[in-house]
Design a protein around this ligand. Structure first.
Ligand SMILES: Nc1nc2c(c(=O)[nH]1)N[C@H]1C(S)=C(S)[C@@H](COP(=O)(O)OP(=O)(O)OC[C@H]3O[C@@H](n4cnc5c(=O)[nH]c(N)nc54)[C@H](O)[C@@H]3O)O[C@H]1N2
Ligand SMILES: Nc1nc2c(c(=O)[nH]1)N[C@H]1C(S)=C(S)[C@@H](COP(=O)(O)OP(=O)(O)OC[C@H]3O[C@@H](n4cnc5c(=O)[nH]c(N)nc54)[C@H](O)[C@@H]3O)O[C@H]1N2
Ligand code: SF4
Ligand code: SF4
Ligand code: SF4
Ligand SMILES: [Mo]
Length: 886
């Protein structure tokens, strides 16, 4: 600490902070254009933060306090300096605030007003060309003041290096880096530069005319992925006109392209606006009364004639906790079936199963925001920069600052170029690789013996089991170099390491074992129970974690309480005031489809899922669904599945509802109503409530908040949570003494049981390549589209960025099949075929073709199989399907 004087007052301040940071912490108003508190770069370009320091006007961001320093922030020379700078900016500026969309949110305008800069006439600038190549925003050098904040954000926070400052005709302004225009640069359209541009230098391409003072701002949680970014939506006339990232955890002012620019589907004209009933193969508009009467009649009939087992219900990772809780309560308590499941089945149920056994909680052990200062990062089977973009950005930031990075994937991904080791493995061989890393760490004695002795059990068996998994063996099986395996093991064990894992691990026949192997690796190095460490399955949907927590699974009630535990059953019966809850686990998504195909299930209720695109073996799904007596689909659009339904119910999307989502890092966050829904659309919660009423169940708690309180009461995992606790920033479960848990297992001395090291062996996929089907198809995602495109496919810019399906393969494979980039190709599996365009990507492993599953014009799930499921979690093998290429 040093003693200084600020505006005549003595204070003792931290000498590690800049004078600007000190002044800001004292809430003194210091104008700046270029400073971003989140960045460790101090540009010092704009000059606005200059104050009088020991009698000289000096940039405060560039100055460190020293003993006895005298600072004056309001001296006449300071004010005069600010005025001169502003005048200089405005002289070079295309001033047209009257029509400029930034007006009202513009720092230049605000400061000019504050400091009385009114000499803006005449303005006879020669205007520079603007760059409007990006579908979402414009770069206008004439509105740019050359402060460099945007380029700094892109370089230092978003880590894309897509912008730079350049000088044209003597004027400094921002522009695309190493490219003619921004759309052909490395830009990923995240808009993080746009969000913090102080002027209209970078401006969204607005779809609506509005002035900022006409809007209201509502903070809510993003409705796309599981990162759970907090967004301030600006709303005019019940329409979202702009999205701003909130400066709170988990995203701290960052968004990805979908969160920033992907909201226009909310008021898309194709939204479902009233219930539909199908008659003679054609939908007709129906009243809510008609639709709900039909559903309840069929439900009652099916219950009476066939029992609860003939009824299935898909809950939703898109819906709130309150909705998922009530949905499973309705089907379990009233309809008497445990056949409740949702898309996590196809996703991270392997992770939950594995981590439940090895560690205790089947969730991410650590937090999204910890990514920012990781030391060592292992990313396996997770295209983090495209599928969890804001977390991916944090990881890249950590790597830019010196963190070590290991990537295991079958393709190059955005981060593999900067990885210390990139292990490009053969599909489905992860266990051989990870066991080999464990082998190296044990044989080189790089493990944490004390931690293992104190906190784990099973080390000797693990040691024995990995003996044969030598780096040489991994080289042979995985198709990576043994030296890289050794290097990866050494790097991984060199400091606290965090592991992120995704669908490349879970969507395999050995999905759970893949996760167990990673858990073993983390445990022997003592990484669990530490900040920036842990094993972290990245949950996909905006509320996938919440849907699991709420018991949208066939074998559990909320909080992972087992349906076959008699004590739990008794407790739930009493709490819900119902009788005869089924003591048997229900069946899973894929199993339900099989049962329907055998005519053993008659009624299916689908809330917020689109299985006719996302389930495996779609021809089988399609023919199965025809067997149903009644298919109900509750969605926001007429999806592929809804089109097959007998009754379609129009529901609210995330921006129209009230409740909570849980992000991938266990952070329970508020969902607020940003706009009111169109037409006769109802909140999912209210639809379920009406069904409960009509089926004769008296649901007492009927608002999102009271239902949340109810579910917290009956769910030990959620005890201590309330809307008021999570109001500002959200809180991570479990809550202990009113405080959330940033990372799990911190108090190792208080573990309920020791962590388990469990040996796992490599098991090959049952469906293998042969002469007829010689190549592997792998499926997955891209940044600009989301699942079945019901949402992202209705946002013009996202479609412009990723308009059509394609098949990625490298030039070796292209040569083998005598095709070239851009040709059409037919991919055929034992179940179906699709035809689409070839896109050359050298980074794809030899013999593999990768296809995104987003497009209905090339339904890749007509090829994937449902016959061989992961035995514990019943997850399909979306990442391996033998195919031929024609
Ligand atoms: N833009 C966008 N973001 C999304 C989604 C979306 O649809 N679009 N969906 C959300 C959902 S629900 C989920 S679950 C997440 C999923 O997020 P991710 O898990 O990142 O998604 P995927 O693209 O399915 O697969 C991840 C990676 O696994 C690799 N891979 C394939 N086979 C193997 C293998 O055998 N071993 C290893 N080590 N890697 C392999 C693939 O090459 C790919 O890079 O994304 C969420 N975020
Ligand atoms: N080939 C292949 N297939 C896969 C995968 C893969 O990697 N490869 N991944 C699998 C994985 S991990 C997942 S999670 C699944 C995803 O599978 P799905 O969950 O079936 O996919 P989505 O398109 O996200 O479906 C969500 C539906 O909910 C609707 N919706 C959005 N918000 C709301 C709301 O608030 N209320 C209601 N009622 N409806 C709403 C949307 O319009 C959409 O139709 O796909 C799986 N399928
Ligand atoms: S960028 Fe700011 S100062 Fe420039 S015209 Fe727009 S509102 Fe006015
Ligand atoms: S949109 Fe994102 S990636 Fe593109 S220039 Fe701006 S910060 Fe960089
Ligand atoms: S990273 Fe995920 S939660 Fe964040 S803005 Fe993008 S889609 Fe939304
Ligand atoms: Mo998922």
């Amino acid at each position: 600490m040093v003693n200084i004087t600020i505006n005549g007052k003595n204070c003792s301040v931290d000498e590690k902070l800049s004078v600007l940071e000190i002044l800001q912490s004292l809430k003194l108003e210091i104008p700046t254009f270029c400073r971003d508190e989140r960045s460790d770069e101090k540009l010092g370009i704009c000059g606005m933060c200059a104050v009088s320091i020991d009698g000289t006007v000096t940039k405060s961001c560039k100055t460190i306090p020293t003993e006895g320093m005298v600072i004056d922030t309001i001296a006449p020379e300071v004010i005069s300096n600010r005025r001169q700078l502003l005048q200089k900016y405005i002289d070079n500026h295309h001033v047209n605030c009257l029509v400029c969309q930034k007006s009202g949110q513009c720092k230049l305008q605000e400061y000019c007003y504050k400091y009385g800069i009114d000499k803006t006439i005449p303005n006879s600038l020669d205007l520079l060309p603007i760059d409007d190549s990006n579908p979402f925003f414009v770069i206008d050098p004439n509105k740019c003041i050359g402060c460099g904040k945007c380029a700094q954000i892109c370089r230092n926070l978003q880590c894309n290096h897509a912008l730079k400052l350049k000088t044209t005709n003597g004027k400094m302004h921002t522009w695309a880096n190493k490219a003619d225009n921004i759309n052909s640069s490395t830009c990923v359209s995240c808009g993080n530069c746009v969000s913090f541009c102080p002027t209209a230098g970078l401006l969204p391409k607005y779809k609506h005319q509005f002035r900022h003072w006409e809007t209201k701002i509502v903070k809510t949680t993003c409705g796309y992925c599981g990162v759970g970014c907090q967004i301030n939506f600006e709303v005019k006339d019940n329409t979202i006109v702009e999205a701003h990232p909130a400066l709170v955890k988990p995203n701290v002012g960052l968004l990805c392209v979908k969160g920033k620019f992907g909201f226009s589907y909310v008021n898309h004209p194709e939204r479902l606006t009233h219930p539909l009933i199908k008659e003679n193969g054609v939908f007709r508009k129906a009243s809510w009364n008609e639709a709900l009467s039909l559903i309840t009649k069929k439900l009652s009939d099916t219950m009476k004639n066939y029992g609860g087992e003939a009824i299935g219900a898909f809950s939703s990772g898109k819906c709130t906790n309150e909705e998922n809780y009530l949905f499973q309560k309705f089907f379990r308590g009233v309809v008497k079936t445990n056949n409740v499941d949702h898309c996590s089945r196809l996703c991270h149920s392997s992770s939950s199963a594995a981590l439940g056994k090895t560690l205790g909680y089947g969730a991410m052990s650590n937090s999204v925001h910890e990514g920012f200062d990781s030391k060592v990062v292992l990313i396996s089977g997770e295209n983090i920069r495209e599928t969890h973009p804001v977390l991916g950005t944090k990881v890249k930031h950590a790597v830019q600052k010196g963190a070590k990075l290991i990537i295991i994937d079958i393709r190059d991904i955005d981060l593999s170029e900067i990885a210390d080791v990139f292990l490009k493995i053969n599909p489905g061989t992860d266990i051989a690789l990870v066991n080999a890393m464990v082998n190296v760490i044990i044989s080189e004695r790089l493990y944490n013996k004390k931690y293992i002795d104190e906190n784990t059990e099973g080390f000797e068996a693990l040691k024995e089991s990995v003996k044969d998994y030598t780096p040489e063996y991994a080289e042979k099986i995985c198709g990576v170099s043994k030296d890289d395996v050794i290097k990866a093991a050494r790097i991984y064990s060199s400091d606290v390491a965090t592991t992120y894992l995704g669908m490349g691990n879970t969507q395999h026949i050995n999905g759970s074992d893949n996760v167990t192997a990673l858990s073993n690796l983390a445990l022997i190095c003592g990484n669990v129970g530490k900040e920036r460490g842990g094993v972290n399955p990245l949950r996909g949907q905006n509320n996938a974690q919440g849907a699991c927590d709420m018991g949208a699974f066939p074998d559990i009630y909320s909080g992972y309480q087992k349906v076959d535990d008699p004590k739990v059953k008794e407790k739930m019966e009493k709490f819900w005031n119902v009788e005869n809850l089924s003591p048997f686990a229900g069946i899973t998504v894929v199993e339900m489809i099989d049962k329907i195909s055998k005519n053993e299930m008659k009624f299916l209720y689908v809330m917020g899922e689109n299985p006719l695109m996302t389930d495996p073996n779609l021809n089988h799904v399609r023919s199965a669904l025809k067997n149903l007596d009644l298919l109900v689909v509750q969605d926001i659009f007429l999806t592929e599945t809804a089109a097959m339904a007998d009754v379609v119910l129009p529901a609210t999307c995330f921006a129209e509802k009230i409740g909570t989502f849980v992000n991938t890092g266990r952070r329970v966050q508020r969902v607020r109503q940003v706009v009111t829904p169109p037409g006769e659309v109802k909140m999912d919660l209210d639809i379920i409530l009406e069904l409960m009423d009509r089926m004769g169940y008296k649901q007492i708690n009927r608002t999102p908040e009271t239902i949340f309180n109810e579910l917290c009461e009956v769910t030990p995992l959620y005890s201590g949570l309330s809307y008021s606790l999570i109001e500002d920033e959200g809180v991570q479960w479990p809550v202990i003494n009113g405080v959330g848990t940033e990372f799990l297992y911190e108090d190792l001395s208080n573990l309920k049981r020791k962590f388990s090291l469990i040996p796992v062996e490599l098991v090959n996929s049952i469906e293998v390549v042969n002469d007829e089907y010689p190549y592997y198809l792998s499926t997955g995602r891209v940044l600009y589209q989301y699942h079945t495109r019901s949402m992202s496919g209705r946002v013009d810019g996202l479609n412009e960025k990723c308009p059509e399906p394609y098949a990625e393969m490298n030039s070796n494979l292209l040569e083998k099949i005598s095709k070239k980039d851009g040709d059409m190709i037919t991919i055929k599996s034992r179940r179906g075929e699709i035809t689409l365009k070839i896109k050359i990507r050298e980074g794809v492993k030899d013999g593999v073709v990768f296809v995104p599953f987003h497009f209905s014009s090339a339904l890749v799930n007509e090829l994937t199989g449902s016959e061989f499921l992961e035995p514990i979690s019943k997850t399909p093998e979306y990442k391996i399907c033998p195919v031929k290429l024609i």
